[in-house]
Write a protein that binds this ligand. Structure first.
Ligand SMILES: Nc1nc(=O)c2c([nH]1)NC[C@@H]1CN(c3ccc(C(=O)N[C@@H](CCC(=O)O)C(=O)O)cc3)CN21
Ligand SMILES: CC(C)C(=O)C(=O)O
Ligand SMILES: [Mg+2]
Length: 290
């Protein structure tokens, strides 16, 4: 398909790939584009999205990869953590994000309990994500412990983004603590990273690990690393969109940079509207039909 297409992006390298950000691509980003970005040394941004409207904003802004994260559990659905999130919920949110986007690669997070039983359960869940939601890839948590799951999905034609370091679905066992501190834990993280790469993952999220260790993992692997609270030297970065736009209520993790204060903007607008209605200054003649 790609080779026959007349409309190649203007800055397309000769291998048919495209730069992930800032290019003039006309087609959706693929996992192949992601793989080739590491050879070019290109850094790239990823954001979460949980609905079509928000996803369309990020798609139009050129964010190459959107993660339908199970952080939807606490950010969008009102749960305390990601643990209660179900496949039904994730599939519905991921389908909406796919419908709202044209350019971004959409990655669907597999929720807690949908792949831990083993490779066959993982394949059933991932297949559902791909067929019902239309995602281009799935993500699941765990390094060595998820090796066989990742391998079967990749062999079956489903690209997998891995996720190691802090794995929030295991909060009841590990808490929300920095991972990979100390020599033994650092060695375990390196083993986890190599294990998911060997299993065929096309990229790996490193969550809440020391910057020096994340840099070492990034140098060691040939697949891109996506950092969240993992310092500046990973190949890509990811943030939860409600955190970076200032919509999350209460405390946000220390690694977040706040790029807007949507909570204040939306609250002020809601209060202005309420004042208008109560005071009789909305609607006016211009908002009325006759
Ligand atoms: N709103 C939101 N943002 C996220 O980044 C996020 C979610 N939700 N839900 C799923 C996971 C859970 N994540 C978390 C949750 C808590 C911490 C946290 O408490 N971090 C402490 C540091 C802890 C330490 O130093 O050991 C912090 O202050 O950042 C970090 C990441 C990241 N993900
Ligand atoms: C924080 C990212 C990596 C995630 O898994 C999520 O948003 O669910
Ligand atoms: Mg997640």
């Amino acid at each position: 398909m790609t080779q026959l297409s007349a409309a190649q992006p203007q800055n397309s390298p000769s291998d048919g790939s495209r730069t992930l950000y800032g290019g003039k691509g006309t087609r959706r980003i693929t996992v192949r584009d992601i793989a080739l970005s590491k050879e070019r040394g290109e850094k790239w941004p990823m954001l979460t999205a949980y609905d079509a409207m928000t996803a369309s904003v990020f798609d139009e802004a050129g964010i190459p990869v959107l993660l339908v994260g199970d952080s939807a559990g606490n950010c969008h659905l009102g749960y305390e953590s990601t643990v209660p999130v179900t496949m039904d919920e994730m599939t519905m949110l991921a389908a909406a994000v796919v419908r709202g986007t044209r350019h971004s690669l959409i990655v669907g997070d597999l929720p807690f309990g949908s792949y831990q039983e083993g490779p066959v359960q993982a394949l059933r869940s991932a297949t559902r994500m791909v067929k019902e939601a239309g995602v281009g890839a799935v993500k699941l948590e765990g390094g060595e412990r998820s090796h066989e799951q990742i391998r079967l999905l990749v062999e079956s034609g489903i690209p997998v983004m891995a996720h190691i370091g802090l794995t929030p679905q295991s909060v009841n066992a590990m808490g929300y603590r920095v991972q990979g501190r100390g020599e033994e834990a650092a060695q375990q993280l390196l083993r986890d990273a190599k294990s998911v790469q060997d299993a065929g993952a096309f990229a790996v999220v490193l969550e809440l690990v020391p910057a020096e260790l994340a840099a070492e993992v990034t140098r060691t692997l040939h697949i891109p690393t996506v950092g969240i609270g993992a310092g500046p030297e990973t190949d890509a970065q990811v943030l939860v969109w409600t955190d970076m736009l200032g919509l999350t209520s209460g405390r946000v993790p220390k690694f977040v940079k706040k790029y807007a204060d949507l909570r204040a903007v939306m609250g002020d607008a809601a209060r202005a509207y309420a004042e208008d209605v109560v005071g009789g200054t909305f609607p006016l003649e211009e908002h009325s039909v006759h």
